[in-house]
Design a protein around this ligand. Structure first.
Ligand code: FAD
Length: 424
């Protein structure tokens, strides 16, 4: 009997998984594989919460596959080396994967495709993690990508109306390869369980989403981000649950795809300002100030609450993310790349495209960014979005003097930005 491999990456589910469904329809036996990429693991702390989460999700997949008489094959190392070994061990006809649009993943998949095809093994890729891929929503005038969100969203909605996306029909799980493979422990992979857990997503409050989404104390957002990141739910399964009144929520999911296509078409944003006219900004980059921000010791209660929530739980409410990011870039004049890197280290839902896009938005350097002179007043933001300090007091019990005066910082930011921005 011939075998094909389904390679799990950021799609950790058995249902509504495009490439997995295709593999199961191939008429061949499907061996499911996951590779812990050593290059990614080597940069993470021993108790990284995301590795714990991935490991737990893989264990659940393995249990489900055991009930079907199959197993999840888990390997660790450089993906190319793992594939070389794998192709020697198993007689494989083809490989099925879902597309991944991050630059590192694109390069990895190109290498593996070349390798496997050189051995006569097909490498099939499918769209899965988005409703519309990076080349599906382009400007009709010149077929170039959109760099402004609103026209992108309008085009996205128009296309969605024409071709609504639904979850796939149930797949036939009888076609998994019958095999009993040993499943590793987290320690085998070189990690230990994190104390930080991932909260389940919740779509039951969507009716209140538009009204309360900006108020962290209401805690009415979906907590979907980690699950969309690792694919424990598909974007189609989420959209299926939305009603006509959930347009604001849908527009947030469109932001996710907007930033994914920005990263795909403009991979230089990883290190550079999207708008190069901001390249002349002279960041202060004071290390002591950065430490205070990281620890949540700025003396601005909403900023401090957000940073402490991030440090303790791996999550921060979106409104508060905007406030802390603005504070770092504008009040402290610290390069957005520093803040982005800290978020990347701590966020459970860390996603290169969304993190980079939102940081550049906050710094004013992004494609469709907040104008540079829009400087959040963290005290006013607190009064407006957490007036009874219910959220803030959960994280901050002592009150420190502000590390910098708001009016002074605002004036300084305006001067530094103005001096650094070149005219087009
Ligand atoms: P909900 O409000 O319930 O939103 C539903 C979903 O819509 C989210 O899960 C997410 O997939 C998407 N979404 C919502 N807001 C945005 C947005 N502004 N940009 C892109 N997608 C969005 N989100 C990440 O997923 N990963 C990141 O690394 C990330 N970094 C960020 C950094 C900064 C500085 C800022 C301001 C925002 C960042 N966001 C990031 C966006 C947003 O804060 C989170 O997606 C959201 O807070 C996650 O909580 P939720 O799932 O309850 O959101």
């Amino acid at each position: 009997m011939e075998n094909v491999v389904f390679w799990f990456r950021r799609d950790l589910r058995l249902e509504d998984n495009t490439a997995l469904n295709e593999a199961l329809k191939s008429g061949k036996q499907v061996l499911p594989l996951f590779i812990f990429d050593q290059q990614i693991l080597s940069e993470l702390p021993w108790n990284d919460a995301r590795v714990s989460f991935i490991f737990d999700e893989l264990s659940k997949l393995h249990q489900k596959l055991r009930q079907l008489g199959s197993s999840l094959c888990v390997r660790q190392g450089d993906p190319e080396e793992v594939w070389k070994e794998f192709m020697n061990e198993f007689d494989i006809q083809s490989i099925y994967v879902n597309e991944d649009y991050e630059p590192y993943a694109i390069r990895r998949d190109e290498r593996i495709k070349q390798l496997t095809e050189s051995q006569g093994i097909d490498f099939f890729q499918f769209k899965d993690q988005v409703v519309f891929g990076p080349n599906e929503i382009l400007k009709p005038s010149d077929h170039k990508p959109y760099t402004i969100y609103t026209p992108y969203k309008n085009k996205w909605l128009e296309k969605f109306k024409q071709t609504p996306t639904k979850p796939l029909p149930a797949n036939d799980k009888n076609h998994f390869l019958k095999v009993n493979l040993e499943f590793p422990t987290l320690e085998n992979i070189g990690f230990q369980k994190s104390e930080i857990g991932v909260r389940a997503y919740d779509l039951s409050n969507l009716a209140q989403y538009e009204q309360f989404r900006d108020f962290p104390a209401h805690d009415q957002t979906s907590y979907l981000s980690v699950h969309l990141r690792f694919g424990t739910i598909s974007v189609r399964q989420v959209i299926e649950q939305l009603g006509a009144g959930d347009q604001v929520f849908l527009s947030e999911l469109i932001w996710r795809e907007f930033f994914m296509q920005i990263l795909f078409h403009f991979p230089e944003v990883i290190n550079e300002n999207f708008k190069t006219k901001y390249d002349g900004i002279v960041w202060r980059n004071n290390e002591k100030d950065f430490e205070k921000w990281k620890k949540g010791e700025t003396g601005y209660p909403l900023v401090d609450a957000g940073m402490r929530q991030l440090n303790e739980t791996g999550y921060m409410h979106n409104r508060v993310r905007m406030v802390v990011a603005s504070f770092l870039c504008k009040h402290l004049l610290i390069d957005w790349r520093w803040g982005e890197a800290y978020f990347a280290e701590k966020l459970l839902d860390y996603e290169l495209s969304s993190n980079n896009g939102n940081w550049q938005w906050s710094a004013g350097t992004g494609c469709d960014a907040a104008p540079y002179f829009r400087i959040f007043n963290p005290t006013e933001q607190l009064k407006k979005f957490d007036p009874k300090m219910e959220y803030t007091k959960k994280w901050v019990t002592e009150f420190l003097p502000p590390m910098i005066d708001h009016s002074f910082a605002r004036k300084r930011a305006l001067e530094v930005y103005k001096a650094g921005i070149s005219s087009d």
